[in-house]
Design a protein around this ligand. Structure first.
Ligand code: NAD
Length: 369
Protein backbone atom coordinates (compact mmCIF):
# COMPACT_ATOMS: atom_id res chain seq x y z
CA UNK A 1 0.00 0.00 0.00
CA UNK A 2 1.25 3.46 -0.85
CA UNK A 3 1.49 5.93 2.01
CA UNK A 4 1.57 9.70 1.62
CA UNK A 5 1.98 12.50 4.13
CA UNK A 6 -0.18 15.53 3.44
CA UNK A 7 0.25 18.84 5.27
CA UNK A 8 -3.23 20.29 5.66
CA UNK A 9 -3.30 24.08 6.05
CA UNK A 10 -6.96 24.98 6.41
CA UNK A 11 -6.24 28.72 6.49
CA UNK A 12 -8.59 31.59 7.24
CA UNK A 13 -12.16 32.67 6.46
CA UNK A 14 -13.93 29.96 4.46
CA UNK A 15 -10.73 27.87 4.48
CA UNK A 16 -11.72 25.50 7.31
CA UNK A 17 -15.24 24.98 5.85
CA UNK A 18 -14.09 24.04 2.37
CA UNK A 19 -11.12 22.05 3.69
CA UNK A 20 -13.49 19.93 5.78
CA UNK A 21 -15.37 18.92 2.62
CA UNK A 22 -12.16 18.22 0.71
CA UNK A 23 -10.99 15.93 3.50
CA UNK A 24 -14.25 13.93 3.30
CA UNK A 25 -13.43 13.24 -0.33
CA UNK A 26 -9.84 12.36 0.50
CA UNK A 27 -11.02 9.89 3.16
CA UNK A 28 -13.23 8.13 0.64
CA UNK A 29 -10.35 7.97 -1.84
CA UNK A 30 -8.33 6.23 0.83
CA UNK A 31 -11.13 3.70 1.39
CA UNK A 32 -11.55 3.05 -2.33
CA UNK A 33 -7.87 2.64 -3.17
CA UNK A 34 -4.76 0.89 -2.02
CA UNK A 35 -3.41 4.07 -0.50
CA UNK A 36 -3.19 5.70 2.92
CA UNK A 37 -2.94 9.38 3.69
CA UNK A 38 -1.34 10.72 6.83
CA UNK A 39 -2.95 14.11 7.37
CA UNK A 40 -0.81 16.63 9.21
CA UNK A 41 -2.85 19.73 10.08
CA UNK A 42 -0.93 22.96 10.67
CA UNK A 43 -1.68 26.62 11.24
CA UNK A 44 -1.02 28.99 8.33
CA UNK A 45 -2.09 32.54 7.60
CA UNK A 46 -3.81 35.04 9.88
CA UNK A 47 -4.95 32.29 12.28
CA UNK A 48 -1.31 31.26 12.71
CA UNK A 49 -0.23 34.86 13.23
CA UNK A 50 -2.77 35.38 16.03
CA UNK A 51 -1.81 32.07 17.67
CA UNK A 52 1.98 32.34 17.39
CA UNK A 53 2.96 35.81 16.14
CA UNK A 54 3.99 34.34 12.80
CA UNK A 55 1.81 33.59 9.75
CA UNK A 56 4.12 30.71 8.69
CA UNK A 57 5.39 29.42 12.03
CA UNK A 58 8.36 27.09 12.36
CA UNK A 59 6.11 24.18 13.43
CA UNK A 60 4.19 24.54 10.15
CA UNK A 61 7.40 24.81 8.15
CA UNK A 62 8.60 21.54 9.74
CA UNK A 63 5.35 19.79 8.83
CA UNK A 64 5.40 21.10 5.26
CA UNK A 65 9.05 20.08 4.88
CA UNK A 66 8.15 16.49 5.73
CA UNK A 67 5.02 16.34 3.59
CA UNK A 68 4.73 14.62 0.22
CA UNK A 69 2.22 17.30 -0.74
CA UNK A 70 0.59 20.33 0.84
CA UNK A 71 -3.14 21.01 0.71
CA UNK A 72 -3.69 24.66 1.47
CA UNK A 73 -6.91 26.56 2.09
CA UNK A 74 -7.18 30.27 1.35
CA UNK A 75 -5.69 32.74 3.79
CA UNK A 76 -6.20 36.40 4.59
CA UNK A 77 -8.57 38.79 6.32
CA UNK A 78 -10.90 41.53 5.23
CA UNK A 79 -9.27 44.86 4.34
CA UNK A 80 -10.12 46.31 7.76
CA UNK A 81 -9.16 43.25 9.82
CA UNK A 82 -5.81 43.01 8.01
CA UNK A 83 -4.76 46.24 9.70
CA UNK A 84 -4.50 44.33 12.99
CA UNK A 85 -1.40 42.58 11.63
CA UNK A 86 1.90 44.39 10.90
CA UNK A 87 2.32 44.81 7.12
CA UNK A 88 5.24 42.39 6.73
CA UNK A 89 3.51 39.69 8.78
CA UNK A 90 0.18 39.85 6.93
CA UNK A 91 -0.81 36.50 5.42
CA UNK A 92 0.44 36.89 1.83
CA UNK A 93 3.73 38.61 2.71
CA UNK A 94 4.21 36.61 5.91
CA UNK A 95 3.12 33.14 4.78
CA UNK A 96 2.13 32.65 1.15
CA UNK A 97 5.10 34.24 -0.59
CA UNK A 98 7.59 32.68 1.86
CA UNK A 99 6.06 29.25 1.19
CA UNK A 100 6.26 29.72 -2.58
CA UNK A 101 9.86 30.89 -2.18
CA UNK A 102 10.84 28.05 0.18
CA UNK A 103 9.53 25.31 -2.10
CA UNK A 104 10.26 27.15 -5.32
CA UNK A 105 6.81 26.31 -6.64
CA UNK A 106 7.32 28.22 -9.83
CA UNK A 107 4.57 26.72 -11.96
CA UNK A 108 0.97 27.50 -11.11
CA UNK A 109 -1.73 25.69 -13.08
CA UNK A 110 -5.21 27.21 -12.91
CA UNK A 111 -7.87 25.37 -14.89
CA UNK A 112 -10.80 27.49 -16.04
CA UNK A 113 -13.39 24.95 -17.00
CA UNK A 114 -17.15 24.96 -17.52
CA UNK A 115 -18.92 22.29 -19.57
CA UNK A 116 -21.69 23.39 -21.94
CA UNK A 117 -24.29 21.80 -19.66
CA UNK A 118 -23.35 24.23 -16.89
CA UNK A 119 -23.32 27.33 -19.10
CA UNK A 120 -26.16 28.77 -17.01
CA UNK A 121 -23.66 29.39 -14.16
CA UNK A 122 -21.70 31.82 -16.32
CA UNK A 123 -22.53 35.49 -16.81
CA UNK A 124 -21.56 35.03 -20.48
CA UNK A 125 -24.17 34.31 -23.15
CA UNK A 126 -24.65 30.66 -24.12
CA UNK A 127 -23.47 31.35 -27.67
CA UNK A 128 -20.16 32.68 -26.34
CA UNK A 129 -19.66 29.57 -24.24
CA UNK A 130 -20.50 27.34 -27.20
CA UNK A 131 -19.36 23.79 -26.49
CA UNK A 132 -17.90 24.85 -23.14
CA UNK A 133 -14.91 26.68 -21.68
CA UNK A 134 -11.84 24.57 -21.05
CA UNK A 135 -8.55 26.38 -20.69
CA UNK A 136 -5.60 26.38 -18.32
CA UNK A 137 -3.76 29.46 -17.13
CA UNK A 138 -0.10 28.68 -16.51
CA UNK A 139 1.22 31.38 -14.21
CA UNK A 140 4.85 31.92 -13.25
CA UNK A 141 4.65 31.94 -9.46
CA UNK A 142 7.97 32.89 -7.87
CA UNK A 143 9.27 35.83 -9.89
CA UNK A 144 8.32 39.26 -11.12
CA UNK A 145 6.96 42.15 -9.16
CA UNK A 146 5.69 40.05 -6.27
CA UNK A 147 9.17 38.76 -5.45
CA UNK A 148 11.35 41.71 -6.43
CA UNK A 149 13.09 44.04 -4.01
CA UNK A 150 10.86 46.52 -2.26
CA UNK A 151 11.68 49.76 -0.60
CA UNK A 152 9.71 52.68 0.68
CA UNK A 153 10.44 55.85 2.61
CA UNK A 154 10.73 59.59 2.13
CA UNK A 155 12.46 60.86 -0.99
CA UNK A 156 14.66 63.94 -1.47
CA UNK A 157 11.61 66.12 -2.04
CA UNK A 158 10.21 64.99 1.29
CA UNK A 159 7.50 62.88 -0.37
CA UNK A 160 6.54 59.35 0.65
CA UNK A 161 7.61 56.98 -2.12
CA UNK A 162 7.66 53.28 -2.86
CA UNK A 163 9.79 51.27 -5.25
CA UNK A 164 9.14 47.66 -6.26
CA UNK A 165 11.27 45.77 -8.73
CA UNK A 166 10.05 43.51 -11.53
CA UNK A 167 12.84 41.05 -12.20
CA UNK A 168 13.09 37.87 -14.27
CA UNK A 169 16.07 35.96 -15.53
CA UNK A 170 16.01 33.71 -18.56
CA UNK A 171 16.10 30.52 -16.48
CA UNK A 172 12.91 31.50 -14.67
CA UNK A 173 11.20 32.18 -17.98
CA UNK A 174 12.54 29.08 -19.70
CA UNK A 175 11.33 26.66 -17.05
CA UNK A 176 7.76 28.00 -16.98
CA UNK A 177 7.71 27.98 -20.77
CA UNK A 178 8.67 24.31 -20.82
CA UNK A 179 5.80 23.57 -18.43
CA UNK A 180 3.37 25.48 -20.63
CA UNK A 181 4.55 23.94 -23.89
CA UNK A 182 4.47 20.43 -22.41
CA UNK A 183 0.90 20.96 -21.27
CA UNK A 184 -0.08 22.43 -24.63
CA UNK A 185 1.45 19.41 -26.41
CA UNK A 186 -0.82 17.11 -24.41
CA UNK A 187 -3.93 19.21 -25.10
CA UNK A 188 -5.08 21.13 -28.20
CA UNK A 189 -1.51 22.13 -29.13
CA UNK A 190 -2.34 25.82 -28.82
CA UNK A 191 -0.42 28.18 -26.61
CA UNK A 192 -1.33 31.80 -26.02
CA UNK A 193 1.68 33.71 -24.78
CA UNK A 194 0.41 36.67 -22.77
CA UNK A 195 2.76 39.63 -22.46
CA UNK A 196 3.11 43.42 -22.46
CA UNK A 197 6.20 43.86 -24.60
CA UNK A 198 4.94 47.16 -26.03
CA UNK A 199 5.67 48.69 -22.60
CA UNK A 200 7.62 46.31 -20.35
CA UNK A 201 11.18 45.21 -21.11
CA UNK A 202 10.58 42.19 -18.90
CA UNK A 203 8.06 41.08 -21.53
CA UNK A 204 10.61 41.59 -24.31
CA UNK A 205 12.91 39.07 -22.62
CA UNK A 206 9.91 36.86 -21.83
CA UNK A 207 8.99 36.72 -25.53
CA UNK A 208 12.58 36.13 -26.66
CA UNK A 209 12.94 33.13 -24.37
CA UNK A 210 9.49 31.86 -25.37
CA UNK A 211 10.58 31.85 -29.02
CA UNK A 212 13.74 29.90 -28.14
CA UNK A 213 11.74 27.29 -26.24
CA UNK A 214 9.08 27.10 -28.96
CA UNK A 215 11.63 25.58 -31.34
CA UNK A 216 11.60 22.44 -29.17
CA UNK A 217 7.83 22.08 -29.53
CA UNK A 218 7.15 22.34 -33.27
CA UNK A 219 3.71 20.72 -32.85
CA UNK A 220 2.46 23.62 -30.71
CA UNK A 221 1.06 26.73 -32.40
CA UNK A 222 1.86 29.93 -30.51
CA UNK A 223 -0.29 33.04 -30.48
CA UNK A 224 1.08 36.20 -28.87
CA UNK A 225 -1.41 38.46 -27.15
CA UNK A 226 -1.03 41.60 -25.07
CA UNK A 227 -2.33 41.15 -21.56
CA UNK A 228 -4.88 43.96 -21.81
CA UNK A 229 -6.25 42.51 -25.01
CA UNK A 230 -6.32 39.06 -23.40
CA UNK A 231 -8.54 40.40 -20.62
CA UNK A 232 -11.12 41.43 -23.20
CA UNK A 233 -10.73 38.26 -25.23
CA UNK A 234 -11.36 36.11 -22.16
CA UNK A 235 -14.83 37.66 -21.96
CA UNK A 236 -15.65 37.91 -25.65
CA UNK A 237 -14.17 34.68 -26.98
CA UNK A 238 -12.88 32.41 -24.21
CA UNK A 239 -13.13 29.23 -26.27
CA UNK A 240 -10.25 30.34 -28.51
CA UNK A 241 -7.91 29.64 -25.59
CA UNK A 242 -6.51 26.32 -24.48
CA UNK A 243 -3.24 26.96 -22.60
CA UNK A 244 -2.27 30.51 -21.67
CA UNK A 245 1.15 31.29 -20.18
CA UNK A 246 2.01 34.48 -18.36
CA UNK A 247 4.11 36.10 -15.68
CA UNK A 248 3.17 36.26 -12.04
CA UNK A 249 1.03 39.36 -11.68
CA UNK A 250 -0.73 38.97 -15.04
CA UNK A 251 -1.63 35.42 -13.98
CA UNK A 252 -2.95 36.53 -10.62
CA UNK A 253 -5.32 39.00 -12.24
CA UNK A 254 -6.40 37.10 -15.36
CA UNK A 255 -7.06 33.90 -13.42
CA UNK A 256 -9.53 35.74 -11.18
CA UNK A 257 -11.18 36.90 -14.38
CA UNK A 258 -11.28 33.22 -15.28
CA UNK A 259 -13.41 32.67 -12.18
CA UNK A 260 -15.59 35.57 -13.33
CA UNK A 261 -16.37 34.06 -16.73
CA UNK A 262 -17.25 30.72 -15.11
CA UNK A 263 -19.61 32.38 -12.66
CA UNK A 264 -17.62 32.16 -9.41
CA UNK A 265 -14.14 31.99 -7.96
CA UNK A 266 -15.49 28.97 -6.13
CA UNK A 267 -14.89 27.01 -9.36
CA UNK A 268 -11.16 27.78 -9.39
CA UNK A 269 -8.76 25.16 -7.96
CA UNK A 270 -5.02 25.23 -8.61
CA UNK A 271 -1.75 23.36 -8.42
CA UNK A 272 1.56 25.06 -7.54
CA UNK A 273 4.43 22.87 -8.65
CA UNK A 274 8.15 23.03 -7.93
CA UNK A 275 10.88 20.54 -8.75
CA UNK A 276 10.74 18.90 -5.31
CA UNK A 277 7.48 19.96 -3.71
CA UNK A 278 3.98 20.90 -4.72
CA UNK A 279 1.10 22.51 -2.98
CA UNK A 280 -2.53 22.71 -3.97
CA UNK A 281 -4.88 25.58 -3.21
CA UNK A 282 -8.00 27.31 -4.46
CA UNK A 283 -7.10 30.32 -6.61
CA UNK A 284 -9.36 32.54 -4.58
CA UNK A 285 -9.02 34.20 -1.20
CA UNK A 286 -10.59 33.56 2.17
CA UNK A 287 -13.93 35.19 1.24
CA UNK A 288 -14.45 36.94 4.60
CA UNK A 289 -17.85 38.17 3.36
CA UNK A 290 -19.31 34.64 3.50
CA UNK A 291 -17.06 32.94 6.07
CA UNK A 292 -18.77 30.80 8.72
CA UNK A 293 -22.11 30.68 6.87
CA UNK A 294 -21.76 27.22 5.33
CA UNK A 295 -22.49 28.65 1.88
CA UNK A 296 -19.01 28.71 0.29
CA UNK A 297 -18.47 26.54 -2.75
CA UNK A 298 -15.95 23.79 -1.90
CA UNK A 299 -15.42 22.84 -5.59
CA UNK A 300 -12.17 24.82 -5.65
CA UNK A 301 -10.79 22.91 -2.68
CA UNK A 302 -12.04 19.48 -3.79
CA UNK A 303 -10.69 20.25 -7.27
CA UNK A 304 -7.34 21.05 -5.67
CA UNK A 305 -7.45 17.56 -4.12
CA UNK A 306 -8.08 16.12 -7.59
CA UNK A 307 -5.04 18.00 -8.91
CA UNK A 308 -2.98 16.67 -5.98
CA UNK A 309 -4.06 13.09 -6.72
CA UNK A 310 -2.99 13.44 -10.33
CA UNK A 311 0.22 15.41 -9.93
CA UNK A 312 1.64 14.22 -6.62
CA UNK A 313 0.23 10.70 -6.17
CA UNK A 314 -0.01 9.39 -9.72
CA UNK A 315 -3.77 8.78 -9.36
CA UNK A 316 -5.04 10.40 -12.56
CA UNK A 317 -8.01 8.04 -12.95
CA UNK A 318 -9.30 8.69 -9.46
CA UNK A 319 -8.75 12.42 -10.05
CA UNK A 320 -11.01 12.17 -13.11
CA UNK A 321 -13.64 10.50 -10.95
CA UNK A 322 -13.51 13.38 -8.48
CA UNK A 323 -14.06 15.94 -11.27
CA UNK A 324 -16.89 13.82 -12.66
CA UNK A 325 -18.50 13.47 -9.22
CA UNK A 326 -18.56 17.24 -8.78
CA UNK A 327 -20.00 17.80 -12.28
CA UNK A 328 -22.62 15.14 -11.54
CA UNK A 329 -23.81 17.04 -8.46
CA UNK A 330 -24.34 20.15 -10.59
CA UNK A 331 -25.97 18.13 -13.38
CA UNK A 332 -28.50 16.80 -10.87
CA UNK A 333 -29.71 20.39 -10.51
CA UNK A 334 -27.91 21.41 -7.33
CA UNK A 335 -25.98 24.63 -6.87
CA UNK A 336 -24.14 26.51 -4.17
CA UNK A 337 -25.22 30.10 -3.57
CA UNK A 338 -22.33 31.71 -5.46
CA UNK A 339 -23.39 30.17 -8.78
CA UNK A 340 -27.13 30.72 -8.88
CA UNK A 341 -29.81 33.00 -7.63
CA UNK A 342 -32.74 31.64 -5.62
CA UNK A 343 -35.67 30.97 -7.96
CA UNK A 344 -33.45 30.14 -10.95
CA UNK A 345 -34.69 26.56 -11.04
CA UNK A 346 -31.83 24.96 -9.14
CA UNK A 347 -31.85 23.43 -5.67
CA UNK A 348 -29.56 25.46 -3.45
CA UNK A 349 -27.24 23.45 -1.22
CA UNK A 350 -24.75 24.31 1.49
CA UNK A 351 -20.99 23.77 1.58
CA UNK A 352 -21.51 20.65 3.65
CA UNK A 353 -24.26 19.25 1.43
CA UNK A 354 -22.11 19.76 -1.65
CA UNK A 355 -19.28 17.78 -0.02
CA UNK A 356 -21.69 15.01 1.02
CA UNK A 357 -23.16 14.78 -2.46
CA UNK A 358 -19.72 14.58 -4.07
CA UNK A 359 -18.89 11.73 -1.69
CA UNK A 360 -22.16 9.93 -2.63
CA UNK A 361 -21.45 10.31 -6.35
CA UNK A 362 -17.87 9.15 -5.97
CA UNK A 363 -18.95 6.10 -3.97
CA UNK A 364 -21.18 5.09 -6.85
CA UNK A 365 -18.36 5.23 -9.39
CA UNK A 366 -16.43 2.13 -10.37
CA UNK A 367 -13.21 1.78 -8.39
CA UNK A 368 -9.95 2.25 -10.21
CA UNK A 369 -7.91 -0.94 -10.03
P1 NAD B 1 -11.78 36.47 -2.37
O1 NAD B 1 -11.26 35.62 -3.47
O2 NAD B 1 -11.65 35.96 -1.00
O3 NAD B 1 -13.34 36.77 -2.62
C1 NAD B 1 -13.82 37.46 -3.79
C2 NAD B 1 -15.32 37.13 -3.95
O4 NAD B 1 -15.45 35.78 -4.36
C3 NAD B 1 -16.10 37.28 -2.64
O5 NAD B 1 -17.38 37.80 -2.92
C4 NAD B 1 -16.22 35.85 -2.13
O6 NAD B 1 -17.36 35.61 -1.35
C5 NAD B 1 -16.26 35.05 -3.44
N1 NAD B 1 -15.71 33.71 -3.27
C6 NAD B 1 -14.39 33.37 -3.21
N2 NAD B 1 -14.25 32.06 -3.04
C7 NAD B 1 -15.50 31.54 -2.97
C8 NAD B 1 -16.03 30.23 -2.80
N3 NAD B 1 -15.23 29.16 -2.66
N4 NAD B 1 -17.37 30.08 -2.78
C9 NAD B 1 -18.19 31.12 -2.95
N5 NAD B 1 -17.77 32.39 -3.12
C10 NAD B 1 -16.43 32.59 -3.14
O7 NAD B 1 -11.09 37.88 -2.56
P2 NAD B 1 -10.97 39.12 -1.53
O8 NAD B 1 -12.26 39.30 -0.81
O9 NAD B 1 -10.44 40.20 -2.35
O10 NAD B 1 -9.86 38.67 -0.50
C11 NAD B 1 -10.11 38.16 0.81
C12 NAD B 1 -8.80 37.79 1.46
O11 NAD B 1 -8.20 36.69 0.78
C13 NAD B 1 -7.76 38.93 1.44
O12 NAD B 1 -7.13 38.97 2.70
C14 NAD B 1 -6.79 38.50 0.36
O13 NAD B 1 -5.52 39.01 0.59
C15 NAD B 1 -6.82 36.99 0.52
N6 NAD B 1 -6.39 36.19 -0.66
C16 NAD B 1 -5.73 35.03 -0.41
C17 NAD B 1 -5.37 34.19 -1.46
C18 NAD B 1 -4.67 32.88 -1.16
O14 NAD B 1 -4.73 32.39 -0.05
N7 NAD B 1 -3.99 32.28 -2.13
C19 NAD B 1 -5.72 34.54 -2.77
C20 NAD B 1 -6.43 35.70 -3.00
C21 NAD B 1 -6.78 36.54 -1.94
Amino acid sequence: MKHYKIAVLAGDGIGPEITREALKVLKLIEERNDVSFELMPAAFGACAYFATGDAFPQATIDICDQADAILKGPIGLSHEESKKIPIDKQPERGALLPMRRRYNTYANFRPVSLPKALAHFSPLKAEIIGEGIDLVIVRELVGGLYFGQKESGINEQGLRYVKETLEYDELQIRRIMHQAFKLASKRRKLLHNIHKSNVLKSSVLWNEVMEEVAVEYPDVTVYNMLVDSAATALCLNPTQFDVMVMENMFGDILSDQGGGILGSLGLMPSACIGDDKAYYEPSHGSAPDIAGKNIANPYSMIGSVAMMLENSFDMADEAKNVWAAMQAVFSDGYSTADLSKAGSGVTMISTEQFGDKVVEKLKAMPKVS
